[in-house]
Design a protein around this ligand. Structure first.
Ligand code: TYD
Length: 205
């Protein structure tokens, strides 16, 4: 199975992802966790360019294609082989992020971004994507003051990010669970597990 954790920055998705992966392991699954962009050598280099503190100009369309390049490599080098070996893949961000950050919030056409996603992933979609939702003021507090290139984009950009995720969740419905990230760690984790259990294959499958 293939799970993705996505949503606004500062919503606590990495903490929840780790708790979820531990729980899957306790349930006897062979779990691997990946980061998009990242985990592969190429993805790591793309990540430094995309998030690093530098003066290299990057056009929004270039930015979108760089995230896609990292994703393509992650799919081919790690995700597909892991799934083929019966592993459960848990990924920190995936296709929705680009549609939202570079599409809805970055002013590229979200439908165009979906088309490029289709090419980058060869159509590989997760079984379930958790979309973490949180008001931007609280998310901003959790992000703190030390911010990367993306996190420095300001409140108006992040309002568009939040709205974009909610619009895409509504558009997709199946395969997506919106998680209210305003509660405590245990409550959020319980909501994630409930959503996951609802799509697990039955023992007879
Ligand atoms: P994130 O995954 O939140 O990692 P960290 O917890 O280390 O900040 O950071 C990735 C950033 O990149 C985040 O601001 C979202 C952004 N992003 C995009 O803009 N487009 C994408 O396609 C992806 C995957 C991420």
């Amino acid at each position: 199975m293939f799970f993705v954790f996505d949503g606004v920055d500062g919503a606590g998705k990495s903490t929840q992802l780790n708790l979820f992966a531990d729980w899957l392991r306790e349930c006897g699954r062979d779990v691997v966790c990946y980061t998009d962009p990242g985990t592969t050598e190429l993805g790591g280099q793309m990540r430094s360019l995309l998030l690093g503190d530098h003066q290299v100009p990057i056009h929004m369309r270039s930015e979108m294609l760089m995230f896609m390049t990292a994703r393509c490599q992650l799919v081919e080098e790690l995700i597909k082989p892991a799934l083929a070996n019966g592993k459960t893949v848990v990924c920190d961000r995936y296709v929705f992020s680009t549609v939202v950050y570079q599409g809805h919030a970055g002013d590229l056409d979200p439908d165009d971004v979906w088309k490029v996603n289709q090419i980058a992933t060869a159509g590989l979609m997760p079984d379930l994507t958790f979309i973490f939702d949180l008001d931007i003021a609280t998310a901003g507090e959790r992000m703190g003051t030390l911010r990367d290139r993306m996190e420095s984009r300001g409140e108006a950009y992040f309002q568009r990010v939040r709205a974009g995720f909610l619009r895409e969740a509504e558009r997709w419905q199946s395969g997506v669970a919106v998680i209210d990230a305003s509660g405590d760690i245990e409550g959020i984790q319980a909501a994630i597990r409930r959503a996951a259990v609802s799509i697990f294959p039955k023992p007879t499958d």
